[in-house]
Design a protein around this ligand. Structure first.
Ligand code: M6R
Length: 364
């Protein structure tokens, strides 16, 4: 079943261009260049606030979506990890949409949060990969990802498909809220349509990433930095590395470095910087230079323009295609997945079945 691949995780990383295209197909009308959502029994226009709840990697997809819902649709978003949500007795007012993101659709904390929100009168939207799951059944608005079965415990293709669905939802919400013109919607659709090719271009760097795995494998700690919608990707990169290579890793918002974690920096702590060129680039580069000035070894992940500007002095660089900021989080997921994968392979850990972890966490 793994075909040419050594591990399910590797196979699933490489499936991303196909499954993202497959997922987008059901959310895009290509002729009209519009986003289309499944039926729902309420009007999205009436939604005043969105509460996003999920765990792990699905939570990081939600974190990216918060940026999109707020920038495009100007709808305020609350975001919680599911295990915290109910216990803080969140304020859930009429007109609220509670959005749950889950690969399995069975994660106990997320499901309990869904039921709590329903009791509190929220409309329930669910982005889920298993269409027969409990969460899928209990949704008012079911937004399936079409990633196909994900076997590797470390989530990869489900994440990129979640991002594709969430981007489509954000654009649709922006249109119905009158915050996005039809022309702007066409542009968004165009960028989303470019995602599968950009994912392929990112995957083409597999060998380069494999070649640099030995630089990371001996480390005890690794830091990941990102800004804006790429900050959640730093968190996701750190989670992937922890899960499968057992190296301690943390993700930080680039600007937070000097508020504490910079104290950790020395030659033994690799710092992975996710920084597509664009308006936030300069700021991230200056954070990166602070790291380098303290002897920190940087791996810069950026596009050709970004690498030309700031690649010098880095321990290694990974070149991504130049993409629109909207799809950058999808594309930058690939190098962090591949890096974790190759480091784990170099260390000889069990990539598909990491110790202590279950694919679906059905206890609270
Ligand atoms: O099935 P779910 O998306 O609800 O699962 C949530 C988390 O348990 C999951 O993303 C976990 O963090 C993965 N092992 C991450 O790779």
């Amino acid at each position: 079943e793994k075909g040419q691949y050594r591990h399910y995780m590797q196979k699933e990383i490489f499936e991303q261009p196909t499954v993202v295209a497959q997922t987008l197909q059901s959310y895009i009308r290509p002729l009209e260049q519009q986003v289309a959502l499944p039926q729902m029994d309420f009007d999205l226009k009436d939604i005043k606030r969105i509460t996003i709840v999920a765990c792990g990697t699905s939570y990081y997809a939600g974190m990216v979506a918060k940026y999109w819902f707020e920038t495009f649709a100007r709808v305020p978003v609350d975001l919680d990890v599911a295990s915290e949500f109910r216990y803080r007795d969140p304020v859930l007012e009429p007109g609220g949409l509670a959005l749950f993101i889950s690969q399995s659709g069975e994660t106990a904390d997320t499901l309990a949060a869904l039921r709590h929100s329903k009791e509190q009168g929220q409309k329930i939207a669910v982005v889920v990969n298993v269409p027969t799951s409990s969460m899928a059944r209990e949704a008012d608005l079911l937004l399936p990802t079409h990633a196909g079965p994900e076997i590797g415990v470390a989530s990869t293709k489900a994440f990129s498909c979640q991002l594709a669905v969430l981007a489509a939802l954000a654009a649709h919400l922006a249109v119905v809220k009158g915050k996005m013109s039809r022309d702007e919607e066409h542009e968004v659709v165009e960028h989303l349509t470019e995602a599968p090719a950009a994912l392929n271009a990112a995957l083409a760097h597999d060998e380069d990433i494999s070649d640099m795995a030995h630089l990371i494998a001996p480390a005890r700690d690794v830091l990941y930095l990102g800004r804006g919608p790429d900050y959640p990707l730093a968190l996701e990169g750190a989670l992937k590395l922890k899960e499968i290579s057992y190296i301690h890793a943390e993700g930080y918002a680039s600007g937070e470095m000097k508020h504490g974690p910079i104290a950790l920096i020395d030659e033994a702590v690799p710092v992975i910087v996710l920084a597509p060129s664009g308006p936030l680039f300069e700021k991230t580069v200056s954070n990166m230079q602070e790291v380098m000035a303290r002897g920190g070894k940087v791996v810069l992940i950026s596009d050709a323009a970004g690498l030309a500007e700031a690649g010098e002095g880095c321990m290694a660089t990974i070149e991504m295609p130049k993409v629109h900021p909207l799809i950058a989080p999808l594309v930058y997921a690939v190098p962090v997945q591949l890096l974790a994968y190759h480091v784990a392979v170099a260390k000889g850990t069990d990539v598909d079945q990491p110790r202590n972890l279950a694919k679906s966490v059905t206890v609270e």
